[in-house]
Design a protein around this ligand. Structure first.
Ligand SMILES: [Zn+2]
Ligand SMILES: [Zn+2]
Length: 133
């Protein structure tokens, strides 16, 4: 998948996501880019949809929030995500076995559009913090 032309709104949103170590909701993003002339939520949603199609941004469904893809080559990869429910940090991973399992489950008569794997739990840092309370 070729990276299409990004406009300044797209670049601004990518910048906000790149600068954050946690996923950002569309509202968080809007708050951060507001000063740059991007004011309407619809502009943010449109831009996020485009960035997702290009694989530059992923949506974390469990958090209803977005992250910048951590891979250099965004072309059509199918990542999964490890999500800490305490601090909200997300780690992106990729494993070909996910596609194999999904294809085997769906069967040959099913056209897979998307595979969503989100592993929810508590990261080591947050477990350590809880233990020391
Ligand atoms: Zn990615
Ligand atoms: Zn955590």
């Amino acid at each position: 998948m070729a990276t299409g032309m990004l406009n300044s709104n797209d670049e601004r949103i990518l910048g906000a996501l790149a600068a954050s170590d946690r996923p950002l909701s569309a509202y968080d993003i809007l708050e951060q880019v507001r000063s740059g002339g991007l004011k309407a939520p619809v502009q943010v949603y449109r831009s996020l949809a485009k960035l997702q199609r290009q694989g530059l941004v992923h949506r974390i469904e469990a958090l209803n929030a977005f992250i910048r893809c951590c891979q250099a080559d965004h072309g059509g990869h199918r990542p999964g995500f490890v999500v800490c429910r305490d601090c909200g940090r997300v780690r992106e991973f990729e494993d070909q076995r996910m596609a194999a399992i999904a294809e085997s489950a769906a069967g040959s008569d099913f056209d897979i559009e998307r595979i969503s794997v989100e592993v929810l739990g508590h990261c080591g840092r947050c477990r350590g913090a809880a233990a020391s309370l």
